[in-house]
Design a binder for this molecule. Structure first.
Ligand SMILES: Cc1cc2nc3c(=O)[nH]c(=O)nc-3n(C[C@H](O)[C@H](O)[C@H](O)COP(=O)(O)OP(=O)(O)OC[C@H]3O[C@@H](n4cnc5c(N)ncnc54)[C@H](O)[C@@H]3O)c2cc1C
Length: 427
């Protein structure tokens, strides 16, 4: 019989950060993860022939979020800043810029009220082309349905980004997965126990006592549990929580959809200064290079409802992407230049069930409800529980994990110490 005080569910960056902080504070922590790896939506591959790792989940450090930068530095990882030009292609030719009007529209988001972004666009009576491009930008960036995402949350997000220079973007040279691996190492070094390939199926709880049932029947018992299950997993009811909690907040938020594809070529056929390319093409409308790194790879992206235009079949997606790039660059030899193609389907992934969350109109307060502890027993973390306007990001998830750990430690300091007799056993 093994003693445990706290069970943390999910070894994405939120769960790892929470587990590490709790373990380093002297708690006995078990961290259970469904996958056979840590990192969750941080997923990196290193294809032969590509000097730069390829990210299949999060790629950018958005802006200069202090907690994330400090952690990257502690882990000895290096970042480099995205550079280059934003190009647009209107179906026949390249045009410089073209997003300025869209950014002006976003700067004019209403300070009061909360309505869907589409409703706002209709009221603003913008020229059709600008409205469509701005809608596409909002849907792509937030993986959201513009008919649902709320202007209040977009405004909150913009304010939050301004505080951290969110218009700048950085990449982790060694790969984002190294960050998760580093935190996992620190967690284990502090005495934490990490259990991979251990999907949780059921959580039965009452104040001060939680039974966590794993696939295969094994049961963990603890006084407190930190749940970092992605919103898509919570919404699907894939883990039964008895009695149910936070049902309204869980259904009020939305899990976004996105498809991304990275193509590694044998040579670069675009101008070295091209950073982002916005096209009218389907299924992937936005492309970006590794600029200023000269790695010959392009990543294509589509987010929101248009994600459904992307074929679920990998080969069909690759062929459609090559055809559309061929049209944009006037090339018919791209298939021959392709070295490898990389994609992870986050919508079909049972442990994420979507890309990342957003707040629909009327649901701005839902993440704060998620972040409230339940009877000093259940604590929620994960990007969807961020209350600082940074939903859907690595730093938002990291912050939420640190916040949940502080909540647990705070309740312990108030005398509600987890029972030392909490334990692990098999039915
Ligand atoms: C394609 C894509 C691109 C992105 N790009 C960026 C970007 O450029 N910059 C950025 O900042 N953010 C980006 N994000 C968002 C970022 O990846 C997430 O916000 C962040 O990684 C979420 O961390 P988390 O710990 O909240 O969740 P997760 O990383 O999803 O961790 C949750 C963990 O719970 C586990 N789990 C699920 N079900 C169970 C179960 N039943 N039992 C046990 N464990 C379970 C999962 O396997 C997972 O490991 C992107 C996301 C995607 C999908």
């Amino acid at each position: 019989m093994e003693a445990a005080e706290i069970v943390v569910i999910g070894a994405g960056i939120a769960g790892l950060a929470a587990g590490r902080k709790l373990a380093e504070a002297g708690c006995r922590v078990i961290l259970v993860e469904a996958r056979e790896r840590v990192g969750g939506r941080l997923l990196t591959v290193r294809p032969p022939g590509s000097a730069l790792p390829v990210e299949l989940g999060a790629e950018f450090v958005h802006g200069r979020p202090p907690e994330l930068l400090a952690l990257l530095e502690e882990a000895g990882l290096s970042i480099f800043e995205r550079e280059g030009e934003l190009l647009c292609h209107d179906g026949t030719q390249f045009t410089d810029g073209g997003m300025d009007e869209s950014f002006e529209v976003l700067d004019a988001l209403p300070e009061e009220g909360d309505r869907s972004f589409d409703a706002f666009l209709q009221e603003a009576k913008l020229p059709e082309a600008i409205a469509e491009r701005t809608q596409q930008y909002v849907e792509g960036f937030n993986a959201a349905d513009a008919g649902r995402i709320g202007t209040a949350s977009l405004r909150r997000q913009q304010e939050a980004e301004e505080e951290i220079e969110g218009d700048r973007g950085f990449r982790v040279r060694e790969g984002y997965d190294r960050l998760a691996e580093f935190v996992a190492e620190r967690f284990e070094a502090a005495g934490g126990e990490l259990r991979l390939s251990s999907p949780v199926e059921e959580i039965i709880w009452q104040q001060g006592e939680v039974h966590v049932r794993l696939r295969g029947g094994e049961e963990l018992w603890a006084a407190k549990v930190v749940l970092t299950l992605p919103l898509g997993v919570l919404q699907a009811g894939a883990v039964r929580i008895v009695p149910e909690v936070k049902t309204e907040a869980i259904s009020a938020m939305a899990m976004g959809a996105a498809a991304r594809l990275t193509l590694v070529f044998s040579e670069r056929f675009w101008e070295p200064e091209m950073s982002f390319l916005i096209t009218e093409e389907k299924p992937l409308r936005v492309w970006w290079s590794a600029s200023p790194d000269d790695a010959p790879c392009l990543t294509g992206w589509v987010g929101g409802p248009r994600t459904l235009e992307a074929p679920a079949d990998d080969m069909a997606l690759v062929l459609a992407a090559l055809e559309s790039l061929g049209r944009v660059f006037g090339r018919d030899d791209l298939e021959g230049l392709l070295v490898s193609a990389h994609r992870h389907d986050w919508l079909a992934d049972a442990w994420s069930r979507g890309a990342y969350s957003y707040a629909p109109a009327g649901a701005l307060g839902a993440s704060a409800v998620m972040a409230e502890p339940v009877e000093d027993t259940l604590y929620f973390a994960g990007e969807h529980t961020d209350t600082t306007g940074h939903w859907g990001t690595v730093h938002g998830a990291l912050r939420s994990g640190l916040r949940a750990a502080a909540q647990v430690l705070g309740s312990c300091a108030q005398g509600d110490s987890p029972s030392a007799s909490a334990s692990v056993g098999r039915d």
